[in-house]
Design a protein around this ligand. Structure first.
Ligand code: 13P
Ligand code: SF4
Length: 308
């Protein structure tokens, strides 16, 4: 493995590439990345990359967003099949038909779309949000308009609770956050009465309501950092987040909340990217995210929402 890491470091130099990695990537990938972050931080980091090549260690919609925001760069995704259950739950044509139906019924609304969606869906949207800026963007939607929120119904529900805005919710969910076991969480809390529970807003309401803090991955790091004394944290998000929390704030102890059918809660899409595939994409210069016609309109929405 040391050889592989050295090989990637040498190739990165030779090809003049920058590696961006999401917090849900394996620790060894996060460790060799030039930047790690949540979806918002990585999208913003992509605009600042100066090298001609970006290797995006994350899932397809993230690499697409990086390409939209910095079109002159060659954006490589180590495994092109690294998808997302949320993005899959909202095909653009189905969304377009639903919007037409709402308009025909006289509904006046704006479409607010979670970044976990395809470029074609972003192109049909008024706003794109991440877990890091969703509340702020929702407050920008004029009060006399309804909000159609897609595709994550749990994040949408959470945003309804914190902003007080009623929304029309698309019926999508994240396969990783949906399967946390509330029974196991309650058992863990009983065993560790002093522990603090933190949950991602992609979690269903039954997990969020037993949590002390709800926030995206970047907000979790900030929240944990505010605690000076060593504490136990029960963490309801993808399991690789533990690596990031341990490396930023090693004084605490972190315990992943288990899922109903899987003890570890790893995202199978994120897991498609491996060190070997990072090396191979640098050697081959592919798989590459190429510009698609829908990127033009999607880019306008993403820039307005994430950069302004
Ligand atoms: P954030 O890191 O932006 O909170 O997103 C979580 C996620 O599920 C990314 O796929
Ligand atoms: Fe999609 Fe969930 Fe995986 Fe994030 S963790 S990429 S939302 S399936």
């Amino acid at each position: 493995m040391i050889d592989l890491i050295d090989e990637i470091a040498a190739l990165k130099k030779e090809k003049n590439a920058t590696i961006l990695a999401h917090y849900y990537q394996e620790g060894d990938i996060q460790e060799l990345a030039d930047f790690t972050g949540d979806s918002l931080k990585l999208a913003r980091a992509a605009t600042k990359v100066e090298t001609p090549v970006i290797v995006f260690c994350g899932v397809h919609f993230m690499a697409e967003t990086a390409k939209m925001l910095n079109p002159a760069k060659k954006v490589l995704l180590p495994d092109l099949q690294a998808g997302c259950s949320l993005a899959e739950s909202c095909p653009a044509e189905k969304l377009r038909r639903f919007q037409v139906m709402l308009r025909e019924n006289g509904r006046r609304f704006q479409t607010v779309t979670y970044i976990n969606s395809t470029a074609a869906v972003k192109a049909l949207s008024d706003w794109v949000v991440t877990s890091g800026n969703a509340e702020e963007i929702i407050r920008r939607v004029p009060a006399d308009l309804e909000i159609l929120f897609v595709p994550d119904r749990h994040l949408g529900q959470y945003l309804q609770e914190v902003t007080g805005r009623k929304m029309i919710l698309w019926n999508g969910s994240c396969m990783v956050h949906e399967i946390f076991s509330v029974g196991d969480l309650l058992a863990q809390k009983k065993k560790m009465p002093g522990a603090i529970t933190i949950a991602h807003p992609e979690c269903p309401a039954n997990i969020r309501e037993h949590s002390d803090f709800v926030g995206g991955t970047e907000a979790m790091i900030r929240f944990v950092g505010e605690h000076q004394e060593p504490r136990d944290f029960l963490v309801a998000t993808e399991a690789n987040m533990m690596w990031q929390l341990e490396s930023k704030h090693p004084r605490h102890r972190y315990h992943p909340v288990p899922g109903i059918s899987c003890a570890c809660n790893k995202c199978p899409h994120m897991a498609r990217n491996t060190l070997e595939k990072v090396r191979d994409c640098l050697v081959l210069g592919k798989p590459e995210i190429t510009w698609q016609p829908e990127f033009d309109r999607a880019r306008e929405v993403v820039e307005r929402s994430l950069l302004k």
